[in-house]
Design a protein around this ligand. Structure first.
Ligand SMILES: [Zn+2]
Length: 651
């Protein structure tokens, strides 16, 4: 026992010695660390930075965004960054003089940077390549030129809110540039040139170059030509109606590919921080930062997907579809419209105050008669009606591949009484986006397939290898084939005989529905005139919606919005290879006897009467009070058939 105890004591002592030594070493180390980390850190950090400051990043080339025909909608231009390395400059006065002159910078600014004793100092970025080449040719010691890329939008304003733009860090800010950022961005490279603390470059550093990897290219369904047609037609009506803005979407109803999405006035993607004239109208000259940011956000907003509206009469397409599917109405059922319908304690008016009188269901659609739709809506009932809303995608976002999509605003079924049901039946008291409307109509006319509206189609590498084929959800059975067939015919008759006749285009079969929605709050006199149309009616290849926001003067969708879609289709249908087919009657009547509408704005009533003697118009409607024509429909220069009506608005 004894030796063991002795041994323990010995061990304990030994341990104490070891621990003591360790403790001393630790204290020493900690002290040294403290010295290095705290006392000397500043100096080390400085040295480390100086060593690494020569790590210059090489911006990756961002992927290109192409339209469906391979036209680049967003690409890059080479630009350069000019820097100086203080330690290598041999003739500072010449460097200062040349750089300030060629880069358009103040001499003092350049001097400060040239004389600063740092490892590398940036003088200017985004310098055009030609200027950079001129500077390179001067062979100035200590001046560095790095090649770089800048995002460039060749068509400037084209589809601005859809394509989007990037920030200085090469990151997408709105539109497709954000949605596909991860593919487009690429990976920046680096040049790891090592330099001593005094700025002298260390030789053999060339191997430390990490090449940038270019981003992938995005191929889209957008069609530059269709987009241009849409923007032109929208611009024309924007001006004629002095509207806030005009939005127009053109889509393939069979697969959801968006050909065009216009919101005029568009803004210039190469100068996204410059407010458009439209945004600045009514704004005082001095803008504080907060107001400017608000206005920029408003300018960048895409109303086709981010704003909701009451769809109004265009929504009768959905109510009619539900009623036909439920079998609660047949085409020849008769209705009577006295100009209103009594629902509970309310008298809800038809747009025709004198009433449409006796009419069939077919005529009810052609006339866009509210009482007919209130009646069939009541027959369907809110629960069934909402089932069709759901099948037609109206309770969900469309899933379009753009950021910032809004959803619909609907009453809960249990809160819908008879009055709400009546107004819902003709498109009021709820809100959807224009794209939701277009998607629902697509399903009605394509045989019942609910498609996902989209723009991105394929992602490819620079050498053309397919990286990803983008897939979108589709589901069948939203509407039966039978109802779809009937709806196409009904909506074609709206254009050939009903309220949509200003969208009639000889040689083509167009279906559609007009709408005039009052903006909220009601009775403020602000409207959205719209028209949704498709063609050819028997097998739709294109569906389009136009929204004219706050038109001045005449604001009826049938009068001002339908002709816009007619104009777009007149360009788009032949472009898509859809051939005109004239009926015998059309051949005789329209092909031989269409003529351009003369310009009548500014004339007195008598002057117009004199001039119009030599034209073969049908009825000429003089609206308003006064003697001077302030507006005309159709617009001057449009081609119309013999015996077309002409509307002149007087003040
Ligand atoms: Zn009516």
């Amino acid at each position: 026992m004894y030796p063991v105890v002795k041994n323990r004591t010995y061990n304990r002592r030994k341990l104490l010695v070891v621990a003591g030594v360790l403790f001393a070493v630790c204290v020493g180390l900690i002290g040294r660390l403290f010295w290095l980390m705290v006392i000397k850190s500043e100096e080390y950090a400085k040295r480390a930075t100086e060593l690494h400051e020569r790590e210059r990043s090489i911006k990756a080339e961002r992927g290109i965004i192409y339209d469906r025909n391979g036209v680049a909608l967003a690409s890059n231009v080479p630009v350069c960054t000019i820097s100086v390395i203080h330690a290598q400059i041999t003739d500072p006065e010449r460097v200062i003089a040349e750089l300030s002159e060629r880069l358009g910078l103040g001499e003092e600014t350049v001097r400060k940077r040239v004389e600063k004793n740092s490892s590398i100092e940036r003088i200017k970025s985004n310098v055009p390549k030609e200027t950079a080449d001129e500077i390179r040719n001067l062979g100035l010691d200590g001046v560095m030129i790095d090649e770089d890329y800048k995002r460039y939008y060749p068509y400037e304003t084209l589809a601005s809110r859809v394509i989007g733009f990037t920030g200085s860090d090469n990151q997408g800010i709105i539109g497709l540039e954000v949605e596909y950022d991860e593919f487009l961005m690429g990976t920046d490279g680096r040049i790891l040139t090592l330099a001593t603390a005094h700025g002298a470059e260390i030789e053999d550093a060339a191997e430390n170059r990490i090449e940038p990897v270019a981003g992938y290219d995005l191929y889209t369904s957008l069609d530059m030509n269709i987009q241009s047609y849409a923007e032109q037609a929208a611009e024309k009506v924007l001006k004629a109606k002095n509207a806030n803005r005009v939005s127009l979407i053109v889509m393939n109803p069979q697969n959801g590919e968006i050909y065009a999405m216009a919101n005029v006035p568009e803004f210039n993607l190469n100068e996204p921080y410059v407010l458009t004239e439209a945004m600045l109208s009514g704004v005082e000259e001095e803008l504080d930062d907060e107001t400017k940011t608000e206005l920029l956000n408003a300018m960048w907003r895409n109303p086709c997907i981010s704003d909701t509206y009451e769809p109004g009469s265009a929504f009768k397409i959905v109510t009619a579809t539900a009623a036909l599917e439920e079998g609660v109405v047949s085409l020849n059922d008769t209705f009577y419209c006295p100009g209103y319908k009594i629902v509970e304690d309310r008298q809800i008016r038809c747009h025709k105050s004198g009433g449409h009188g006796s009419e069939t269901f077919v005529q009810g659609i052609q006339n866009s008669c509210n009482p007919v739709f209130m009646e069939i809506g009541a027959r369907v009932g809110i629960n069934s009606l909402y089932q069709y809303f759901k099948k037609l995608g109206l309770f969900e976002r469309t899933g379009v591949d753009l950021p910032g999509e809004a959803g619909s605003i609907m009453h809960k079924a249990e809160n819908v009484g008879a009055v709400e049901l009546a107004t819902i039946s003709f498109g009021q008291s709820f809100q959807i986006t224009p794209l939701q409307m277009l998607r629902a109509v697509s399903a009605v006319v394509n045989g019942g397939r609910l498609v996902t509206p989209h723009i991105g189609v394929t992602i490819k590498s620079q050498d053309g290898t397919v990286i990803k084929t983008l897939d979108y959800e589709e589901s069948d059975g939203a509407v039966s084939e039978e109802t779809s067939e009937i709806m196409k015919e009904l909506l074609e008759s709206v254009v050939s005989e009903g309220t949509g006749k200003r969208a009639y285009l000889p040689g083509f079969r167009i279906g559609g529905k007009t709408a005039t929605s009052e903006k909220l709050p009601r009775r403020s006199g602000r409207y959205i005139a719209s028209f949704v149309g498709f063609a050819p009616a028997e097998n739709p290849q294109v569906v389009a919606i136009v929204m004219i926001d706050e038109p001045e003067g005449i604001y009826y969708g049938g009068t001002i919005a339908a002709p816009v879609i007619k104009e777009v289709f007149a360009d788009v249908l032949p472009y898509l290879g859809i051939e005109e087919e004239y009926t015998e009657e059309e051949t005789e009547e329209y092909r031989t006897a269409s003529f351009p509408v003369p310009s009548l704005v500014g004339m007195s009533v008598n002057e117009t009467k004199e001039l119009l003697k030599s034209y073969e118009f049908g009825e000429i409607h003089y609206l308003g009070e006064g003697d001077t024509v302030t507006e005309q429909f159709p617009l001057a220069g449009e081609s119309v058939k013999q015996n077309s009506d002409l509307i002149l608005y007087l003040e």
